[in-house]
Ligand binder design. Structure first.
Ligand code: ACO
Length: 409
């Protein structure tokens, strides 16, 4: 697993150990009704939004009212991004204009490429992406948030340049120069081309495009919440996306897709699935790619990704890890199903990306490419009815104390 805290669980630094109000501590609660603390804000509405709806019991996900499976089958990522951000499916002319704008802005400044060349090649691509996304604010610093033209330009720039930056870091860390986007290739195909330096098979490009659609939006998850909080300060959209990228990177969120393959490889063989799972459950270990705050059934995106994985295996050859994954899913259904824990979006996405020849540590950056559409939709929606986020807290620290001189401590 990539991200550990690296910190010992000391009472001084681990806030979990300070939960609850120790004796002699003051409370800053105002008013008569005691405020209720819900860890992780579970079940607490933190915004109103018209972008995406999740039915966690039926396993249904819609973007602007359209079911995600029908978008994955019939739409393209850029059309879906347009739908998410502007609220309606584009006409043919609107889509063509959006696609050509995005195509025109795919290149990134040589200064950004030079900056990326100075990044450590062993660094994680999500960190490289967060830094590069933030750097766009240095180049496009006009913060005209009341201008529809500025908003439209920022949307195009971010959707266009994020994939280029992900692909650029991949080549740079291998000691190569990034390659320029190809104007004759559509969005998904061009990204795979920039990454692998080969024009992709049309089926691979179509399936990758469908993966982008499936990851494009998912209501108020941690990274989108982060984006909205950042947006609410009226900072620039590059800071909004950079903060969301940083949030997505964690293993409880987007980073889980990397860990799923690692976990499957660690299990090794199908006959090891049951003992491995029993051990993991006994040790209260989280099974990566399982569980979701919203879904209490199998994530609808996992259902579609599984079908896409099978399509890829039919065309390009089977992956034995898929059999292992299916076995794990069925054994986990017996053990964890009664608690409403089923595969989430990350469970099968890694197998798809692996078949597409994408390195494991790029799985989360691929998620970020797709989710940029959702983050931007929320940025725009937040600006439309903005109030800065400033929740309250329940103070659990000391009551007021007298300062003690150093010699007396
Ligand atoms: N494996 C085993 N048990 C689990 C899992 C899991 N993956 N997920 C939840 N549980 C159990 C918990 O142990 C807990 O059990 P308890 O009540 O007996 O203590 C109960 O289910 C509730 O778990 P929470 O962690 O409180 O649920 P929460 O809604 O906070 O967490 C989360 C959701 C973070 C996704 C969690 O299921 C998890 O950590 N999954 C593994 C990581 C993962 O796959 N993340 C990707 C999520 S999808 C995305 O972000 C794109």
């Amino acid at each position: 697993m990539r991200y550990g805290t690296g910190m010992a669980a000391s009472p001084r630094f681990n806030p979990l150990l300070r939960a609850g109000k120790p004796q002699g501590m003051a409370s800053s609660a105002v008013g008569t009704a005691a405020p209720v603390f819900r860890p992780g804000l579970e079940g607490v509405p933190a915004t109103q939004s018209a972008i995406c709806d999740i039915d966690g019991l039926q396993g249904k996900l819609t973007y602007r009212g359209y079911e995600v499976g029908s978008l994955a089958t019939n739409s393209s990522f850029l059309e879906t991004a347009y739908l998410l951000i502007w609220g309606e499916l584009p006409t043919a002319a609107e889509l063509q204009a959006f696609e050509s704008e995005v195509q025109m802005h795919r290149r990134v400044s040589f200064r950004i490429r030079d900056m990326m060349k100075s990044f450590p090649s062993g660094g994680h691509p999500m960190d490289a992406l967060q830094a590069s996304a933030a750097s766009l604010g240095l180049f496009y610093s006009r913060r005209a948030l009341d201008s529809p033209d500025y908003i439209a330009a920022a949307v195009v720039r971010l959707i266009a340049k994020i994939p280029t930056m992900v692909a650029a870091f991949q080549l740079i860390r291998k000691g190569q120069d990034p390659i320029q986007p190809r104007d004759d290739l559509a969005y998904a195909a061009n990204f795979l081309y920039m990454l692998t330096e080969r024009e992709p098979d049309p089926l691979a490009a179509r399936i990758f495009d469908a993966c982008l659609i499936l990851h494009a939006e998912h209501s108020l998850n941690a990274s989108t919440f982060s984006a909205r909080v950042t947006a609410s300060t009226l900072t620039d959209p590059y800071a909004v996306v950079a903060s969301a990228v940083g949030t997505l990177a964690g293993p409880l969120h987007g980073g889980a897709n990397e860990d799923v393959l690692e976990m499957l490889e660690q299990i090794g063989t199908e006959d090891q699935v049951e003992p491995w799972l029993d051990r993991a459950i006994a040790q209260k270990q989280k099974i990566m790619g399982f569980g979701h705050r919203e879904y209490k059934v199998k994530d609808p995106r996992a259902v579609i990704l599984q079908k896409l994985a099978e399509e890829l295996f039919d065309q390009f050859g089977h992956d034995p890890l898929y059999d292992l994954a299916r076995k794990l899913e069925s054994v986990a259904a017996e053990r964890l199903g009664p608690k409403g824990i089923y595969p989430n979006v990350d469970f099968y996405s890694g197998l798809v990306y692996r078949k597409l020849g994408i390195p494991e540590d790029l799985f989360t950056p691929l998620f970020a490419i797709a989710r940029t559409a959702g983050w931007l939709a929320h940025w725009k929606e937040q600006l439309g009815a903005n109030r800065i986020y400033r929740p309250t807290q329940i103070y659990t620290g000391h009551a007021e104390r007298q300062w003690v001189p150093q010699g007396a401590r």
